[in-house]
Design a protein around this ligand. Structure first.
Ligand code: ADP
Ligand code: MG
Length: 226
């Protein structure tokens, strides 16, 4: 199957201090890779490298065969905006926009017309069981619902890769499991690969491949052969 993202011997430094050491990871289309590890082990730092948010000190990250190090700032931000999606621990919705407008945001930023963007947002909200909440503001929905909206927003533009940094870390475990299940099902159905950082081993068990991070060193635990 086709590889979308690959990191080769990636080092990341904060000043002189290494946060990621010789990281190797590869994702195919629609593949879900879970990364677990203790707080401070370098999981978020690794995501920043993979997503082209922070430059690597050594090694390289390739997206669809192209090294991120060869892209200028404008190309990198276009890549992040149009081909990548992001979900964070608290969802981070914009309070002044409705659920539907929040979801449509990546398409609006990519220059799509309002009607087209809102229609696509409605469709993905419906698939996540959120159609009734379309006109509400983030302050009028529950924590679990707002995390689902964040998932909808990360997937609405059918990105190649979604980077999810403890996306259900603020939810109770029943809600976390449900949100994650819906997230991964939808991502897989549209061929979106997911790099999923989590501290929950049950959550990691739903991934196609699993890695652990310890003191900046990433170790592959398991890869399903297909
Ligand atoms: N901006 C930064 N500047 C300096 N050190 C940082 C910065 N961000 C994170 N670190 C350090 O890098 C290490 C890895 O952090 P992080 O990637 O956030 O770990 P995790 O996401 O696994 O909790 C930690 O020791 C942390 O203190
Ligand atoms: Mg982190």
């Amino acid at each position: 199957m086709s590889e979308v993202l690959r990191a080769k011997e990636v080092d990341l430094l904060y000043g002189e201090t290494p946060a990621v050491r010789k990281a190797e990871i590869s994702l195919r289309r629609g593949e879900v890779a879970a990364i677990t590890g203790q707080s401070g082990s370098g999981k978020s730092s690794l995501l920043y490298c993979l997503a082209g948010v922070l430059p690597v000190a050594r090694g390289e990250v390739r997206f669809e065969g192209r090294s991120l190090g060869e892209l200028d700032d404008e190309e990198l931000s276009e890549l992040r905006r149009e081909r990548f999606g992001f979900v964070f621990q608290y969802g981070e919705l914009l309070p002044e926009l409705t659920v539907e407008e929040n979801t449509a945001l990546p398409l609006r930023l990519a220059g799509r017309r309002k009607k087209e963007a809102l229609d696509a947002a409605s469709e993905v909200l419906e698939r996540l069981g959120l159609a009734d909440l379309r006109q509400r503001r983030p302050s009028q929905v529950s924590g679990g619902q707002s995390q689902r909206v964040a998932v909808a927003r990360a997937l609405v533009h059918k990105p190649a890769v979604v980077f999810a940094d403890e996306p259900t870390g603020s939810l109770d475990s029943a809600n976390a499991t449900a949100v994650l299940e819906e997230f991964l099902t939808l991502a897989r159905s549209q061929g979106t690969a997911v790099v999923l950082v989590t501290h929950d081993s049950q959550v990691a068990a739903r991934a196609d491949s699993r890695y652990t991070m310890c003191d900046g060193t990433l170790t592959a635990q398991m890869r399903e052969v297909s």
